[in-house]
Design a protein around this ligand. Structure first.
Ligand code: SF4
Length: 78
């Protein structure tokens, strides 16, 4: 069983953004991980889309701070 921080997003082990995109962008990785993945993940645009529509419906270029786009994606699908 893996240890999970109290505020850690429940899908860090599945989220392509966390696994791939942030690995390629170490400069912003620290900021995003601290603010969203290991913090306020319930306000992450990706998290909202994934919880509502599933992992496959979160575009790879949807960044955690793109809440308006997340709302648009969700509105289009439901
Ligand atoms: S980017 Fe968002 S959905 Fe992905 S692991 Fe971080 S908080 Fe969770």
């Amino acid at each position: 069983m893996s240890y999970r921080e109290e505020n850690e997003c429940e899908i860090t082990d599945k989220c392509p953004f966390f696994i791939d995109e942030l690995a390629e962008r170490p400069g912003i990785a620290v900021m995003y991980k601290k603010k969203y993945c290991n913090g306020n993940y319930v306000e992450c645009a990706r998290y909202l889309v994934i919880k509502e529509l599933g992992l496959e419906n979160a575009p790879s270029d949807l960044y955690p701070n793109m809440l308006r786009r997340a709302d648009e994606i969700i509105a289009e699908r439901i």
